[in-house]
Design a protein around this ligand. Structure first.
Ligand SMILES: [Zn+2]
Length: 250
């Protein structure tokens, strides 16, 4: 079992982060933590060092932070990423978050997204996409830039699933699958070969509390149920997919 998208640097783990990771180590093969803000970069790198071969990292600036980041900070962040490229396995989550409504800020998100696409190409790393209320716009940008290695995180646009499949991209399904009919249909219709598992911890806890990567087990169970195949098969194939997609080395 691999959780390909969690946020271990979140303050929600500040009191017991090590305990949580140690518990995960007993059950999971790996956790990929997603650094979403420059302020989290150092902690992310520390986790990768400390839990070598277990915690892997993807890094980016989340589009919802567009208003609080200036150009200088973006440039500095890019430099840090390039310097630490051997410690990261992907660029993301990046994309568009249209919870922000002003068109000028949406344009800024697009510009930042395109810079991260170039960075991923330069570093030869896969891209992890966040696209709240903006899947079609994000897909169009990715197609325009002919990006091949793409993981759509928290994908909920069922009507665009064929396009994602035709591009040979991947989808990661998280604990939202336990309650969303739409995501159940997506999990049913995406080939297992294009599917990865995640929790988006600390968000999306099935009980409404703090989520942890351990709940990736519930995601695998639910995928097995909707696809009418065994837990073992989903576990094996999605784990292999994650290792291959992120080129994880243990
Ligand atoms: Zn996330």
């Amino acid at each position: 079992m691999i959780d390909v998208h969690a946020h271990l640097e979140s303050d929600d783990y500040s009191s017991d982060r090590e305990e949580v990771i140690e518990k995960c180590k007993k059950e999971l093969k790996a956790v990929i933590t997603s650094c979403t803000h420059p302020k989290d970069f150092d902690l992310t790198m520390q986790l990768v060092d400390k839990y070598e071969n277990f915690v892997f990292a993807t890094v980016s600036i989340h589009p919802e932070y567009i208003k609080e980041i200036n150009e200088k900070e973006v440039n500095e962040f890019f430099d840090m990423v390039k310097k630490n490229k051997d410690k990261i396995v992907g660029v993301g989550e990046t994309g568009l978050d249209f919870i922000i409504e002003e068109s000028e800020w949406r344009e800024k998100q697009k510009e930042l997204f395109i810079s991260f696409i170039s960075l991923a190409k330069d570093l030869d790393k896969p891209l992890i996409i966040h696209a709240r209320r903006a899947f079609e716009e994000a897909i169009e940008i990715l197609e325009d830039h002919k990006v091949k290695n793409v993981l759509m995180h928290f994908f909920s646009a069922k009507e665009l699933l064929e396009r994602v499949k035709n591009n040979g991209w991947y989808i990661s399904v998280n604990t939202a699958l336990l309650r969303s009919k739409k995501i159940k249909k997506i999990a049913r219709d995406i080939p297992l070969e294009n599917l990865l598992t995640e929790t988006d911890s600390p968000w999306l806890d099935p009980q409404g509390g703090r989520n942890t990567p351990l709940n990736v087990r519930l995601v695998i169970e639910k995928i097995a149920e909707v696809k009418k195949i065994s837990f073992e098969e989903v576990d094996k194939v999605t784990t292999d997919n994650a290792i291959q997609f992120f080129k994880l080395r243990f």
